[in-house]
Design a protein around this ligand. Sequence first.
Ligand code: AMP
Length: 192
Amino acid sequence: MRLIFLGPPGAGKGTQAKLLTERYGIPQLSTGDMLRSAVAQQTEVGQRAKAVMDAGQLVSDEIVNEIVSDRIDAPDCAKGFILDGYPRTVPQAIALDRMLDDKGLKLDAVIELKVDEAALVRRMENRVAETVAAGGTVRSDDNPEAFRRRLEEYRAKTAPLSQHYASTGQLKTVDGMADVDAVTAEIERVLA
Ligand code: AMP
Protein backbone atom coordinates (compact mmCIF):
# COMPACT_ATOMS: atom_id res chain seq x y z
CA MET A 1 0.00 0.00 0.00
CA ARG A 2 1.50 3.35 -1.04
CA LEU A 3 -0.33 6.39 0.25
CA ILE A 4 0.03 10.15 0.41
CA PHE A 5 -1.57 12.30 3.10
CA LEU A 6 -2.50 15.82 2.07
CA GLY A 7 -3.81 18.59 4.30
CA PRO A 8 -2.74 21.81 6.00
CA PRO A 9 -0.43 21.88 9.04
CA GLY A 10 -2.31 20.62 12.09
CA ALA A 11 -4.90 18.67 10.05
CA GLY A 12 -3.90 15.39 11.73
CA LYS A 13 -1.86 13.84 8.90
CA GLY A 14 0.89 12.66 11.25
CA THR A 15 -1.58 11.17 13.74
CA GLN A 16 -3.52 9.28 11.07
CA ALA A 17 -0.36 8.15 9.26
CA LYS A 18 1.00 6.69 12.53
CA LEU A 19 -2.23 4.75 13.13
CA LEU A 20 -2.18 3.34 9.59
CA THR A 21 1.44 2.20 9.89
CA GLU A 22 0.31 -0.26 12.55
CA ARG A 23 -2.71 -1.39 10.54
CA TYR A 24 -0.77 -2.04 7.32
CA GLY A 25 2.73 -2.73 8.67
CA ILE A 26 4.31 -0.04 6.49
CA PRO A 27 6.38 2.97 7.59
CA GLN A 28 5.30 6.58 7.81
CA LEU A 29 7.68 8.77 5.83
CA SER A 30 7.42 12.28 7.23
CA THR A 31 9.71 14.70 5.41
CA GLY A 32 9.28 17.10 8.37
CA ASP A 33 10.59 14.42 10.79
CA MET A 34 13.44 13.55 8.43
CA LEU A 35 14.42 17.22 8.11
CA ARG A 36 14.16 17.81 11.89
CA SER A 37 16.43 14.83 12.44
CA ALA A 38 18.92 16.23 9.88
CA VAL A 39 18.82 19.58 11.75
CA ALA A 40 19.39 17.84 15.12
CA GLN A 41 22.33 15.88 13.69
CA GLN A 42 23.68 19.05 12.05
CA THR A 43 24.16 17.34 8.71
CA GLU A 44 24.82 19.49 5.66
CA VAL A 45 21.15 19.25 4.64
CA GLY A 46 20.10 20.08 8.21
CA GLN A 47 22.27 23.18 8.28
CA ARG A 48 20.80 24.35 4.96
CA ALA A 49 17.21 23.64 6.03
CA LYS A 50 17.09 24.99 9.60
CA ALA A 51 16.51 28.71 9.01
CA VAL A 52 13.95 28.02 6.27
CA MET A 53 12.02 25.63 8.52
CA ASP A 54 12.10 27.97 11.51
CA ALA A 55 10.58 30.69 9.32
CA GLY A 56 7.74 28.34 8.30
CA GLN A 57 8.85 28.30 4.68
CA LEU A 58 9.40 25.34 2.38
CA VAL A 59 12.77 23.67 1.95
CA SER A 60 13.84 23.34 -1.70
CA ASP A 61 12.19 20.68 -3.85
CA GLU A 62 15.63 19.35 -4.75
CA ILE A 63 16.50 18.54 -1.12
CA VAL A 64 13.23 16.82 -0.25
CA ASN A 65 12.98 14.90 -3.54
CA GLU A 66 16.39 13.39 -2.87
CA ILE A 67 15.61 12.53 0.77
CA VAL A 68 12.38 10.77 -0.25
CA SER A 69 13.93 8.91 -3.18
CA ASP A 70 16.67 7.49 -0.92
CA ARG A 71 14.20 6.62 1.85
CA ILE A 72 11.85 4.74 -0.48
CA ASP A 73 14.73 2.44 -1.44
CA ALA A 74 15.14 1.21 2.16
CA PRO A 75 14.08 -2.42 2.77
CA ASP A 76 11.27 -1.46 5.20
CA CYS A 77 9.46 0.29 2.31
CA ALA A 78 9.24 -2.89 0.23
CA LYS A 79 5.57 -3.47 1.21
CA GLY A 80 4.68 0.21 0.89
CA PHE A 81 4.78 3.48 2.78
CA ILE A 82 2.73 6.46 3.86
CA LEU A 83 4.02 9.84 2.77
CA ASP A 84 3.21 12.54 5.30
CA GLY A 85 4.13 16.11 4.34
CA TYR A 86 5.39 15.19 0.86
CA PRO A 87 4.74 16.13 -1.90
CA ARG A 88 4.09 19.73 -0.95
CA THR A 89 4.38 21.47 -4.31
CA VAL A 90 3.24 20.55 -7.82
CA PRO A 91 6.88 20.13 -8.98
CA GLN A 92 7.43 17.70 -6.05
CA ALA A 93 4.33 15.74 -7.13
CA ILE A 94 5.66 15.56 -10.68
CA ALA A 95 9.10 14.49 -9.37
CA LEU A 96 7.41 11.82 -7.22
CA ASP A 97 5.41 10.48 -10.18
CA ARG A 98 8.65 10.18 -12.16
CA MET A 99 10.55 8.68 -9.20
CA LEU A 100 7.92 5.99 -8.63
CA ASP A 101 7.77 5.28 -12.34
CA ASP A 102 11.57 4.80 -12.45
CA LYS A 103 11.37 2.44 -9.47
CA GLY A 104 8.47 0.51 -11.04
CA LEU A 105 6.10 1.50 -8.20
CA LYS A 106 2.52 2.82 -8.16
CA LEU A 107 0.57 4.98 -5.72
CA ASP A 108 -2.63 3.45 -4.32
CA ALA A 109 -4.32 6.61 -3.07
CA VAL A 110 -3.97 10.21 -1.99
CA ILE A 111 -5.97 11.02 1.13
CA GLU A 112 -6.81 14.64 1.74
CA LEU A 113 -7.87 15.67 5.24
CA LYS A 114 -10.31 18.59 4.96
CA VAL A 115 -10.32 20.87 8.00
CA ASP A 116 -11.70 24.20 9.09
CA GLU A 117 -8.74 26.60 9.16
CA ALA A 118 -9.91 28.37 12.33
CA ALA A 119 -9.47 25.07 14.18
CA LEU A 120 -5.87 24.68 13.04
CA VAL A 121 -4.38 27.40 15.22
CA ARG A 122 -6.20 25.91 18.25
CA ARG A 123 -4.82 22.46 17.38
CA MET A 124 -1.29 23.86 17.13
CA GLU A 125 -1.72 25.60 20.52
CA ASN A 126 -3.03 22.35 22.06
CA ARG A 127 -0.11 20.41 20.60
CA VAL A 128 2.31 22.90 22.18
CA ALA A 129 0.51 22.72 25.57
CA GLU A 130 0.48 18.89 25.52
CA THR A 131 4.17 18.73 24.59
CA VAL A 132 5.10 21.15 27.38
CA ALA A 133 2.95 19.22 29.91
CA ALA A 134 4.68 15.97 28.90
CA GLY A 135 8.09 17.60 29.42
CA GLY A 136 8.90 17.47 25.68
CA THR A 137 10.54 19.99 23.38
CA VAL A 138 8.24 22.24 21.37
CA ARG A 139 8.93 22.43 17.62
CA SER A 140 10.69 25.66 16.76
CA ASP A 141 8.10 26.33 14.02
CA ASP A 142 5.10 25.81 16.37
CA ASN A 143 4.62 29.48 17.20
CA PRO A 144 1.89 31.79 15.86
CA GLU A 145 4.14 33.67 13.40
CA ALA A 146 5.75 30.58 11.79
CA PHE A 147 2.42 28.73 11.85
CA ARG A 148 0.70 31.57 9.95
CA ARG A 149 3.52 31.39 7.40
CA ARG A 150 3.15 27.59 7.11
CA LEU A 151 -0.57 28.04 6.41
CA GLU A 152 0.21 30.63 3.72
CA GLU A 153 2.74 28.27 2.14
CA TYR A 154 0.11 25.54 2.22
CA ARG A 155 -2.53 27.68 0.51
CA ALA A 156 -0.15 28.96 -2.16
CA LYS A 157 1.91 25.87 -2.95
CA THR A 158 0.32 22.70 -1.55
CA ALA A 159 -3.44 23.23 -1.95
CA PRO A 160 -3.09 23.02 -5.79
CA LEU A 161 -2.06 19.38 -5.34
CA SER A 162 -5.70 18.45 -4.66
CA GLN A 163 -6.49 19.43 -8.24
CA HIS A 164 -3.41 17.55 -9.50
CA TYR A 165 -4.49 14.29 -7.82
CA ALA A 166 -8.18 14.81 -8.55
CA SER A 167 -7.28 14.91 -12.23
CA THR A 168 -5.40 11.60 -11.95
CA GLY A 169 -8.40 10.04 -10.15
CA GLN A 170 -6.32 9.19 -7.06
CA LEU A 171 -7.74 11.78 -4.63
CA LYS A 172 -9.93 10.65 -1.72
CA THR A 173 -11.24 13.40 0.54
CA VAL A 174 -11.98 12.76 4.21
CA ASP A 175 -13.50 15.08 6.83
CA GLY A 176 -10.59 15.75 9.19
CA MET A 177 -12.75 17.63 11.75
CA ALA A 178 -14.26 14.49 13.27
CA ASP A 179 -12.57 12.83 16.25
CA VAL A 180 -9.43 10.77 15.64
CA ASP A 181 -11.14 7.34 15.61
CA ALA A 182 -13.90 8.51 13.28
CA VAL A 183 -11.33 9.94 10.86
CA THR A 184 -9.37 6.65 10.91
CA ALA A 185 -12.58 4.69 10.24
CA GLU A 186 -13.44 6.94 7.31
CA ILE A 187 -9.94 6.56 5.86
CA GLU A 188 -10.21 2.78 6.11
CA ARG A 189 -13.61 2.97 4.42
CA VAL A 190 -12.31 4.98 1.44
CA LEU A 191 -9.32 2.64 1.09
CA ALA A 192 -11.42 -0.53 1.18
P1 AMP B 1 5.95 19.25 8.82
O1 AMP B 1 6.50 18.48 9.97
O2 AMP B 1 5.43 18.37 7.72
O3 AMP B 1 4.95 20.30 9.25
O4 AMP B 1 7.18 20.05 8.18
C1 AMP B 1 7.91 21.00 8.92
C2 AMP B 1 8.73 21.87 7.99
O5 AMP B 1 9.67 21.06 7.25
C3 AMP B 1 7.93 22.60 6.91
O6 AMP B 1 7.37 23.82 7.38
C4 AMP B 1 9.00 22.84 5.86
O7 AMP B 1 9.89 23.88 6.23
C5 AMP B 1 9.78 21.54 5.92
N1 AMP B 1 9.23 20.51 5.00
C6 AMP B 1 8.67 19.31 5.35
N2 AMP B 1 8.28 18.63 4.26
C7 AMP B 1 8.58 19.42 3.20
C8 AMP B 1 8.41 19.29 1.80
N3 AMP B 1 7.83 18.20 1.25
N4 AMP B 1 8.84 20.31 1.01
C9 AMP B 1 9.44 21.40 1.52
N5 AMP B 1 9.62 21.59 2.83
C10 AMP B 1 9.20 20.62 3.67
